[in-house]
Design a protein around this ligand. Structure first.
Ligand code: ZN
Length: 113
């Protein structure tokens, strides 16, 4: 969307200039970056508490990250949002990693297989 707005300055989505579109994109990017920095800080603080107060280790964190990453069938540094279909009722599964279908109650494989 933003690339469209930037590459189509005249008569774009709302008739805004390419300079305005660029400024909007930069503002949006800065807001996302600030939010990401806040989340990184919160994660680092929580991890410090878990290590210092509860004895967890970096190795345990890496194991947990790898396990969660692999839940979608591949360890690739991303959590897949691929749509799953219940094998019992053929409806779309409503949550990412449920143990049972919200529609029919049928058991679901934890890896989505
Ligand atoms: Zn179902």
């Amino acid at each position: 969307m933003l690339s469209y707005m930037i590459s189509n300055p005249v008569g774009g989505m709302s008739g805004i200039s390419s300079a305005d579109a660029r400024m909007i994109a930069e503002d949006s990017s800065k807001a996302i970056e600030l939010r990401l920095q806040s989340l990184e800080l919160a994660c680092a603080a929580m991890w410090t508490i878990l290590k210092d107060k509860h004895g967890y280790t970096d190795e345990l964190l890496v194991e947990a990250i790898t396990e969660v990453d692999g839940r979608d069938g591949k360890v690739d540094g991303k959590i897949s949002r691929a749509e799953r279909i219940c094998p019992h009722c053929n409806r779309k599964v409503l949550t990412r990693n449920p143990n049972k279908c919200s529609w029919c109650g049928g058991a679901l494989h934890p890896l989505g297989l």
